[in-house]
Ligand binder design. Sequence first.
Ligand code: AMP
Length: 120
Amino acid sequence: MSYDKNNIFAKILRGDIPCKKVFENDYALAFWDINPQAPTHVLVIPKGAYVSFDDFSMHADAEQIAGFIKAAGHVARELGVTQDGFRLISNCGVNGGQEVPHFHLHILAGRRLGKMVQAA
Ligand code: AMP
């Protein structure tokens, strides 16, 4: 799947549409999810144009990957969720339920999140 430069997160990265920013550096941007599924629901996206985790893990270089993961960890600590715990999710592709085709991590926290996957 090729990268769609007009996906919603690409527009946020370009500043074409606003977001509630939590953190930004050279590797990542983090912002509050518009439709939160938990008291804390923040998205962390890489600055580079990657469709999904699959694309990112295959094509990003080691510096980009390390910078992105470090940024996500920093955001979780800044949100104050590491003590009580949190969940990191990356939906990938159709079966993963990915809606926005720019790789992102969800940081979910603030309540007991229950089972990892809904029963079929
Ligand atoms: P996914 O299903 O993993 O692709 O998740 C996409 C997430 O992006 C969903 O949780 C949406 O609520 C969230 N989302 C969509 N548009 C926006 C936006 N403009 N600002 C913040 N979050 C958004």
